[in-house]
Design a binder for this molecule. Structure first.
Ligand code: PGA
Length: 248
């Protein structure tokens, strides 16, 4: 069995004032699952300070593949670790779209995360056109193969399935569609790493997860948690999602 993880991605939202949400969230955590928030990089250190002594973990949304150098505006995995990050999201569809990141880029970033001793949350997911063309599983296979570097330690990998068309839209796949993709991801990871290793990799679903649909999504086989965008910004939404996961 994989461990359960409720991960929040604040994207380019939040401010020091928003850290009040962290206090509220910490008060709600019951230890039944891992809980992570990935705020903008500027908030990692203050959020980590706020979370000290609690079960809340803090992560980053991306990193540069290099450890240091002439890369204006970028941050290395080690820098993010020093700020307090334990996890780094790689290959989010917004990075793939807004910054043209390829599977090769994502693999290099993921390797950097692993080299820094952190956990990578590697995102994969099909566009609506790809789902309509019935190539979802092929797309997922290609992204998985290309985005997770050779020799990656399974203990440092989390995979998030995020259909691009479900992100921030209020639309979600059917539970059967989620089940099909998650079973496929588990199978692909098993072929590559062996079942014993693959079974321990948390598989998250992401895309319009809300308090109202979390419990049914967490009831789907091979769903070990969620990567939550909009509903992670408020403790009143994210707390119940984490509680639903803990109870699943
Ligand atoms: P959403 O975003 O929950 O706002 O749909 C999910 C994500 O992008 O991780």
């Amino acid at each position: 069995m994989a461990r359960k993880l409720a991960a929040g991605n604040w994207k380019m939202n939040g401010s020091l004032a928003a850290l009040a949400e962290v206090d509220a969230l910490i008060g709600d955590l019951d230890g039944g699952c891992e809980v992570l928030l990935c705020p903008p990089a500027t908030l990692i250190a203050p959020m980590a300070a706020r979370a000290t002594g609690s079960a809340l973990m803090v992560g980053a949304q991306t990193c540069h593949p290099a450890t240091s150098g002439a890369h204006t505006g970028d941050l290395s995995a080690a820098m993010l670790a020093e700020a307090g990050a334990t996890h780094i999201i790689t290959g989010h569809s917004e990075r793939r779209t807004d910054h043209g990141e390829t599977d090769g880029d994502v693999a290099a970033q993921t390797q950097a995360v692993l080299d820094a001793g952190l956990i990578a949350i590697v995102c994969v997911g099909e566009t609506e056109a790809e789902r309509d063309a019935a190539v979802t599983l092929n797309v997922i296979s290609t992204q998985l193969a290309g985005s997770i570097p050779e020799g990656a330690a399974p203990a440092q990998i989390v995979v998030a399935y995020e259909p691009v068309w479900a992100i921030g839209t209020g639309r979600t796949p059917t539970l059967d569609q989620i089940a099909d993709v998650h079973a496929h991801i588990r199978e692909e990871l098993s072929e590559r790493l062996g079942a014993a290793q693959a079974d321990h990799i948390p598989l998250l679903y992401g895309g319009s997860v809300k308090p109202g649909n979390a419990a049914e999504i967490f009831g789907v086989q091979h769903v070990d948690g969620a990567l939550v965008g909009g509903a992670s910004l408020k403790a009143a939404d994210f707390g119940p999602i984490a509680a639903a996961l803990a109870a699943s």
